[in-house]
Design a protein around this ligand. Sequence first.
Ligand SMILES: [Zn+2]
Length: 206
Amino acid sequence: MGKFELKGKTIVRLETVEAKGRWSARLDRGQKLTLVDLKGHQAIDFLCFSATMPLDRINLPNTVKLNKSLYITKGSKIYSDHAQVMMSVVEDTCGFHDTLAGCCSCEIDRVRYGVEKHESCRTNFIAELAGWALGPSEIVSNINFFMRVPFDDSGKIEIADSVSKPGDYVTLVAEMPVIVVISNCPQTDNPAAGFAPTPVEVSIWE
Ligand SMILES: [Zn+2]
């Protein structure tokens, strides 16, 4: 599928990521990425890497410190290990997105829920990163779009019910050439995906 015009935008890619699925793409500087939570209450685990500078990738401590916020929303910037701006959030209808909880894995679900699984955001990331010749050691703390992890003054946190509604979306612009990697969270044992994972829509546009 080539580029096409839609509502005044030039669409480079427009795809639905199935429930529990995964996706990745390279964006040139200036291209935009929109993630749509089609059904609501669906966490999208998100990593990004510099497409031109080896070993520079999303760094959430840098992102939190430089944004002065534990939440990602409109106006937030995503910073790299080298404190470079990788992407900026230019639209957000949800309000805030998590930087604390990282991705789910079969290992932590065995510990916290006593279940044996074969699917998780970590297994999704491992599979998707392999296509870019990146190994499991490249999985670092990620953003969880549409996931709500409140915290209180004592430091207590929890994965809470998401506030994202059907059709909520977030748009990021690439501030450098990046590779973005997404896991459409397959979690069924906590509210990250509303206990019932659903599809999401991704698009790259100019
Ligand atoms: Zn997950």
